[in-house]
Design a protein around this ligand. Structure first.
Ligand SMILES: [Zn+2]
Ligand SMILES: [Zn+2]
Length: 173
């Protein structure tokens, strides 16, 4: 768990050093991005999840041409699995990104124990349910769902899913 490094406040992927926020002593934060967290404190300590969803949704709406209200709703859903808003670290499936909120959401290892990294749809008995799925196939598999959820053209959805999958351990390579 925790191999996917996204800001636990806004969901921004943190790829390079300057993306990370800072702790009080100046060390990089392991959880939060530079926009959200500076010197060991949130830059906007009073912000609510709805306000954050408006900001993130606004960016998404511009980036991907998604109707504003839909983008905000989608953002709020994504934000609600992050530590700042969930109050705990919610694991997400490292293959499809589904939040692992309930026991039955987790996949299983070969010995029947719950998987720490993957959901029940992607991972059963210690193996991927679709072991040969390539990144391109995954994009084509998930994009239609995203397109219809967000009311955006399929090509936009593919672009969005591609960006998103790159943040997940299975596809990050
Ligand atoms: Zn952030
Ligand atoms: Zn999954």
């Amino acid at each position: 768990m925790g191999s996917r490094i996204i800001c636990q406040s806004c969901g921004m992927p943190m790829d390079s050093e300057e993306d990370f926020g800072t702790e009080a002593g100046g060390a990089p934060s392991g959880d939060y991005c530079t926009h959200c967290y500076q010197g060991g404190a949130f830059t906007a300590p009073e912000i609510t999840i709805d306000e954050m969803a408006k900001i993130c949704g606004g960016i998404m709406s511009r980036l991907y041409d998604i109707p504003r209200a839909m983008a905000e709703e989608f953002s709020k859903e994504q934000l609600s699995s992050l530590r700042r808003w969930a109050g705990r670290e919610v694991a997400i499936c490292g293959s499809c990104g589904m939040p692992l909120l309930r026991d039955e959401d987790f996949g299983t290892e070969a010995d029947g124990a719950p998987s720490a990294e993957y959901c029940t749809h992607c991972y059963q008995d210690g193996r991927f349910t679709e072991p040969d799925l390539t990144e391109e196939e995954a994009i084509l598999k998930y994009a239609p769902m995203v397109a219809s959820n967000l009311g955006i053209p399929p090509l936009r959805a593919e672009e969005m899913v591609r960006q998103y999958l790159l943040t997940l351990p299975r596809w990050r390579g």
